[in-house]
Write a protein that binds this ligand. Structure first.
Ligand code: ADP
Ligand code: MN
Length: 178
């Protein structure tokens, strides 16, 4: 059955680029029966898969081995929409589609400030977007052909992103049947 072929999608991007809101929209569009959102930072927190607190980055280090073990059966079912800012420690085979989201630096600045991040943390994340850290990590970790780079400054762009992703998924699932 066609519906049993559900690719996993990685949504990556600098914090504030719009991964979580886009991932929810993707699940809505593709169907919540077949696709589920894994917001990784929440997932590891809820499942106690964190290690040390990293003071410099104001974040908890992830127990990657345990997390990968726990997610292996989830990815095997398909339809996993993984939402995380880093991408180099997942097995390449997990994802048929990797979305790299971007936001303009001034947009990012406002979103992260609104989130209550310290000036230091805002600056560091904006710097990260300017230097394309997340994008480069994705391109080093996955084949170019599976990567879709999208801009998400405005609602209109988010709508376009959802459309582009739905088209890509359609193409992937159709391909597997030829
Ligand atoms: P991330 O998960 O990458 O940190 P979020 O999805 O939490 O980013 O988005 C950060 C904030 O920006 C949220 O308040 C969200 O509603 C808003 N946002 C995200 N994408 C867009 C967009 N394309 N247009 C307008 N607002 C957006
Ligand atoms: Mn998020």
């Amino acid at each position: 059955m066609v519906s049993s072929r559900r690719p996993n999608i990685l949504v990556t991007g600098t914090p504030g680029s719009g991964k979580t809101s886009l991932s929810r929209r993707i699940v809505e569009r593709l169907g919540a029966d077949d696709y589920s959102h894994v917001e990784l930072s929440a997932y590891v927190r809820e499942n106690g898969m964190t290690l040390e607190y990293d003071e410099h980055f104001d974040t908890y280090e992830i127990d990657e081995d345990r997390t990968l073990d726990a997610l292996e059966p989830v990815q095997a079912r398909g339809g996993m929409v993984m939402d995380h800012h880093s991408s180099d420690w997942f097995p390449e085979r997990w994802f048929a589609l990797v979305v790299v989201l971007h936001a303009a630096t001034e947009v990012l600045w406002d979103r992260l400030s609104a989130r209550g991040y310290s000036a230091h943390k805002v600056r560091e994340n904006v710097q990260c977007e300017i230097l394309n850290v997340v994008r480069d990590e994705a391109f080093e970790s996955y084949p170019n052909a599976v990567i879709l780079e999208l801009q998400s400054d405005t609602e209109a762009q988010q709508n376009e992103a959802v459309d582009a992703i739905a088209r890509a998924v359609e193409q992937i699932t159709r391909h597997e049947y030829e």
